[in-house]
Design a protein around this ligand. Sequence first.
Ligand code: CMX
Length: 133
Amino acid sequence: MIKGIDHIGIAVKSIEDAKKFWVGTLGLKLLRIEDVPEQKVRVAMLEAGDATIELLEPTSPDSPVAKFIEKRGEGLHHVTLQTDKLADRLKALKAAGVNLIDEKPRVGAGGTGIAFLHPKSAHGVLIELCESE
Ligand code: CMX
């Protein structure tokens, strides 16, 4: 089912500011910056070997990332795992009693199908599944 880690999401107040550390100091390569209006975030994708680091900046005070930063401060926000047959996997997870935030795939960064599992079902970690063949 799970094919690997796609990316790790880190909530930041400002991508411009966070880039100073992640790109300037650590030297990760900036792949792209894009708006994801459906999630009310702007994301910066950074190359980190086989996986990617995703810096998430809220674009609205009611963005889930804005609420996260308000409550917990900047930091690790979610882990994204690749899976095939996302819609089928979600049905199976629901049948297994997992608390799904998204019962059906929706559009995430890069236009791929994504869905979130609630942290209460994953030992405190927000898990994003993304479709990958
Ligand atoms: N990681 C771990 N726990 C989290 C969390 C996170 N990212 N976000 C919220 N929580 C916890 C809270 O601490 C809280 O726990 P307690 O009840 O123990 O205090 C609980 O989940 C509920 O949190 P809340 O502040 O009341 O927030 P909401 O219920 O309004 O929303 C969540 C929480 C996870 C359902 C919501 O943030 C969500 O739907 N997230 C998925 C969408 C998302 O994050 N999109 C941005 C990413 C964009 C992208 O990568 O494309």
